[in-house]
Design a protein around this ligand. Structure first.
Ligand SMILES: NC(=O)c1ccc[n+]([C@@H]2O[C@H](COP(=O)([O-])OP(=O)(O)OC[C@H]3O[C@@H](n4cnc5c(N)ncnc54)[C@H](OP(=O)(O)O)[C@@H]3O)[C@@H](O)[C@H]2O)c1
Length: 350
């Protein structure tokens, strides 16, 4: 998709999106990727046929980086992807993650495990569930600061040597941590939350990624759907089991204040003949030019029409005046991005 149509037709996808290189020497991937998490957990019930059709739509649009993790649906998300991956292996850059442990008897329990023996076991289990011989991009989902990177990234590097993994990634690490890990083994991608509502990665991680040639993969670039206007208050608009009901910024007075922050997003969308979702994605995509690094956001959806809409956002360029109008939003957001912020990089920013 090389024509950068600016003001019209932004909601229609035409052809394939542009490509960029993953890390310094990785494969060419679509400049927007696909987050598969919501297919199996967190955001309510899924129509399986529609989700499979959405995966096909991703490849049709040139969205080739497919993102999952062992924790999504407790392995179910990787298993769901397996037939798709088997049918289209050569077209996909497949990313998965390890490090977050659950307990069958305690559904809300989350533990972080960076132990080398655990990493090997987790990788082998992911390979089995995905039905592949190699994971293209293997992420440490969360860092346990008590395990040195020499041990954890060292164990990941062993998997590269053995051909089980091609490239390494980290999620929710600070800039200094990224530099430290990169010195153990080159890191191709950093995946952390980055959106109009969540900009704490700009404290140190973004500059480190730019300096090291690490691709930045913004997760939840649509603010888990909130930035699209699809819901305004999670406790009122979403089902009880939905993860977003527990996120401080999406309920009650915080949600009411945060919904009001979307006014400039809506106005800019109207000017482009686009949707608020597309403006949110265009903003995060344009961080690439602002900060001088490769940016590949991974919006998640279970609907073909939304996939096409999201991919078409790669053609929108926001003006300096529009970027300036969006600039103050993040600082005004009420409420944290997680109920428990201990496991985020922000908790370790000094
Ligand atoms: N590394 C980490 O710790 C971490 C954490 C969270 C997520 N992730 C990854 O990042 C991916 C994306 O993040 P996310 O799924 O949390 O959030 P997101 O992409 O910001 O938003 C997804 C939500 O927005 C809705 N949506 C998508 N496109 C839309 C559109 N055009 N209009 C209206 N609504 C739209 C989706 O609903 P429908 O599905 O119904 O369309 C879904 O509820 C995940 O799938 C996962 O792979 C990683």
């Amino acid at each position: 998709m090389t024509d950068r149509t600016d003001r019209t037709g932004a909601t229609k996808a035409t052809g394939r999106i542009d490509t960029v290189r993953l890390g310094q020497d990785g494969p060419e991937i679509g400049v927007q990727g696909f987050g598969a998490m919501g297919i199996s957990e967190f955001y309510g019930a899924t129509d399986e046929a529609a989700a499979r059709d959405t995966l096909d739509a991703a490849l049709e649009a040139g969205v080739t980086l497919i993102d999952t993790a062992d924790i999504y649906g407790n392995g179910a998300n990787e298993e769901f992807l397996a037939p798709f991956v088997a049918a289209r292996r050569d077209e996909i850059t497949l990313a998965t993650k390890f490090a977050i442990e659950r307990r069958p008897d305690e559904p809300s329990y989350r533990g972080i495990n960076n132990d080398p023996a655990y990493i090997r076991k987790a990788a082998e289990a992911s390979l089995r569930r995905l039905g592949v011989e190699t994971i293209d991009l293997y992420y440490m989902h969360r860092r346990d600061p008590s395990v040195p990177f020499e041990e954890s990234v060292g164990a990941m590097a062993e998997l590269v040597k053995e051909g089980k993994v091609r490239y390494l990634g980290l999620s929710e690490v600070t800039g200094p941590e990224l530099r430290e890990a990169h010195a153990v083994h080159p890191i191709a991608a950093l995946q952390s939350e980055w959106s109009l509502f969540s900009r704490d990665v700009e404290r140190s991680a973004v500059a480190a990624a730019a300096e090291l040639g690490v691709t930045f993969v913004p997760y939840s670039p649509l603010g888990r759907g909130f930035l699209t206007g699809a819901f305004a208050d999670a406790s009122r608009d979403l089902a009880d089991g939905d993860f977003r009901v527990h996120q401080p910024r999406f309920t009650g007075e915080n949600a009411r204040r945060n919904a009001a922050l979307l006014e400039p997003v809506r106005a800019i969308a109207a000017a482009h003949g686009a949707t608020p979702a597309q403006i949110a994605l265009a903003w995060v995509q344009q961080r690439s030019a602002v900060h001088g690094l490769t940016v590949v956001p991974i919006p998640g959806t279970r609907k073909r029409a939304r996939l096409e809409e999201n991919a078409a956002a790669t053609r929108i360029t926001l003006t300096d005046a529009e970027l300036a109008a969006l600039e103050p939003i993040a600082a005004q957001v009420a409420g944290d991005r997680y109920p428990d912020m201990r496991f985020t990089s922000l908790a370790r920013e000094v």
